[in-house]
Write a protein that binds this ligand. Sequence first.
Ligand code: NAD
Length: 277
Amino acid sequence: MANNILKGKRGIIFGALDERSIAWKVAEAAKAEGAEFTLTNAPIAMRMGAIKELAEKTGAEIIPADATKMEDLEKLFDQSMEVLGGKVDFILHSIGMSVNVRKNIHYTQSNYDYTMKGMDVSALSFHKVMQTAMNKDAMNEWGSIVGLTYIAAQRVFPDYNDMADNKALLESIARSFGYHFGVKKNVRVNTISQSPTITTAGSGVKGFDGFFSFADKMSPLGNASADECANYVISLFSDYTRKVTMQNLFHDGGYSFTGVSEDIMEELMKQNKKSDE
Ligand SMILES: NC(=O)c1ccc[n+]([C@@H]2O[C@H](COP(=O)([O-])OP(=O)(O)OC[C@H]3O[C@@H](n4cnc5c(N)ncnc54)[C@H](O)[C@@H]3O)[C@@H](O)[C@H]2O)c1
């Protein structure tokens, strides 16, 4: 399906952990569309080693950076511009983590040190990445920045825990920073609100299998896969979407605007019938 729509474009891709990661699929698709980029992840994630395989496959250099640390981000942008031979045209922020979720702590019993850590990693890091890019004048005019989010920012999914709050902040940062980056440099900033997807971060959420199937049955087009998400990201990095900015864009097979589906109704009716018997 590749059409070279990112030919000549340079970028930075955050968050490829293993081959299930959405960022991994974006890197593969960006390569197929003719882009050059650097890959980055937290130093601790590098130990798993899988990202090296992706780097070889895509001819990308790996530059470790903890996205919560300004000094790491500064080095990342300096080195990326050096390696790529100029400013960047696109950035993917594909980062999320909640310590409260990891430790199975109920939302109503949040440990606030963990809350702050999760918010820093999952939301503030988006601001830090953009602030660094702006201060270093590292983005080309008409560049594109994309973050990944989930509909729990708007509606309650009880087990999504404090990640819901982190996503709400992430989406708000996309709008607020998007305004300033637009005025200053014609750079656009958007978030993609993706269907539940089987990845390390996704399946870490309690009851994931349940809401994966629920969303699939609710969505007229079914859940969007990581590969499909990657294609959507590519369209946002391309010149075909230059005036799309400050948006939260649902990529969820229609889930977000479906009240109830026939599939779900049928299941419930079956259950009701059984309980009547
Ligand atoms: N999987 C889903 O169901 C789903 C749905 C909607 C949105 N998302 C979002 O998509 C994004 C990517 O997640 P994924 O599902 O591909 O899972 P993933 O676990 O493969 O990716 C999460 C990444 O965040 C990185 N990360 C964590 N802390 C970091 C730090 N301090 N600095 C730099 N990187 C750090 C991890 O190393 C990992 O690569 C996340 O923002 C996630 O919330 C996922």
